[in-house]
Design a protein around this ligand. Structure first.
Ligand SMILES: Nc1nc2c([nH]c(=O)n2[C@@H]2O[C@H](COP(=O)(O)OP(=O)(O)OP(=O)(O)O)[C@@H](O)[C@H]2O)c(=O)[nH]1
Ligand SMILES: [Mg+2]
Length: 318
């Protein structure tokens, strides 16, 4: 019997974002290497003695001639290629010194975030593209019967907290009232360049041209395939490994994973804590927002354990 053990490769790569956060730097792999001709986030294989960030610093110096000044973990992606298991350890680089250029003769290009999806990348890169395009905070709207007050609260969060990703959660409303609120929320979100996801049946997108749908864990588990087009965002609520796997198999773009802590809204549910959270995130294969008693002060820690950031109602709804 010929049992082949796949090579395991640990790669550090960088999503280098421009100062105005509108563009990201990508490079084209030379035609004579693995995945030749495809675009990539600059980086490369770690030497056995290197940490991710050490290796990334070396690679960006070698490939682009720049020095990293400030970087933060973005996402870790495990991917099985036919010949190897690869771990892509991706960092968001916010500040660097020097002017990047293709030191190895490779094409290098600044690309607006929305155009990223039109470049061909290796198969492992899809979750990275999503992570680059998403902010670190996900606002879930609170219960509010009055439409005027609701609009005021949403606008405050967009304006003062700089929220750029919103889930419209309004369990108490009839479908018509929900649609009316969604129209108004969408107009506000457009004013601030924020994305709006509707928490409800996927068919809602036929009535309101929002940016996507957020699935409850129950809706998620009852679906057989992705219910909306690729150009729309699909997120889901998850609480465990089985739900994360279902989200991955449906092609969800990102998820919330909860509850990190005990919250007043769900006092009976045992919190998972950061340790279990980190283990689940490591294999999620998509951006994960920590949810459950989170505030913006938790965002850095959430990123450090592999999350995209935090999701919250209370921290933004005041
Ligand atoms: N740098 C980088 N590598 C990626 C990305 N996506 C992806 O699947 N990979 C794969 O990860 C591996 C990284 O190898 P690399 O060729 O950059 O490594 P390296 O810079 O150390 O080069 P070398 O070992 O050829 O000298 C390749 O198999 C590559 O196809 C990505 O976005 N950036
Ligand atoms: Mg490389």
């Amino acid at each position: 019997m010929n049992v082949k053990v796949k090579r395991r490769v640990h790669v550090a790569a960088a999503a280098i974002v421009s100062a105005d956060k509108q563009q990201v730097l990508i490079a084209r792999r030379p035609s004579n290497v693995d995945h030749g001709g495809l675009w990539e986030f600059p980086g490369g294989k770690l030497a056995p003695y290197e940490t991710g960030l050490e290796g990334l610093k070396r690679e960006l110096h070698e490939e682009l001639g720049i020095e990293i000044r400030r970087a933060q973990p973005l996402i870790r992606v495990h991917h099985e290629y036919s010949d190897k298991h690869i771990l892509l350890d991706v960092w968001q680089v916010h500040e660097f010194a020097g002017e990047p250029f293709g030191r190895e003769g490779q094409a290098v290009r600044w690309v607006p975030m929305e155009e990223l999806v039109s470049y061909p990348f290796p198969a492992a890169n899809l979750p990275i593209l999503r992570a680059v395009m998403l902010p670190t905070e996900y606002l879930i709207t609170g219960e509010e019967a009055d439409d005027e007050r609701f609009a005021g609260l949403l606008e405050r969060a967009l304006k003062e907290d700089g929220v750029r990703l919103v889930q419209l959660r309004a369990k108490g409303l009839s479908t018509d009232a929900y649609v009316a609120r969604a129209e108004r929320s969408l107009a506000l979100c457009r004013d601030y360049g924020a994305k709006l996801l509707l928490n409800g049946e996927p068919e809602l997108l036929e009535r309101v041209d929002a940016d996507g749908i957020h699935l409850t864990s129950e809706r998620l588990m009852n679906l057989e395939r992705r219910p909306i087009a690729e150009g729309k965002w699909l997120s889901a609520s998850t609480h465990n490994q089985a739900q994360l796997e279902k989200a991955a198999s449906l092609g969800c773009d990102f998820v919330t994973l909860s509850p990190l802590r005990t919250t007043p809204s769900h006092p009976e549910v045992a919190p998972m804590g950061w340790h279990d959270f980190q283990q689940l995130v490591e294999r999620a294969g998509m951006p994960v927002f920590a949810l459950g008693g989170m505030t913006r002060f938790d965002a850095n820690h959430a990123r450090a354990v592999g999350a995209q950031g935090i999701a919250s109602i209370r921290d933004f709804w005041k």
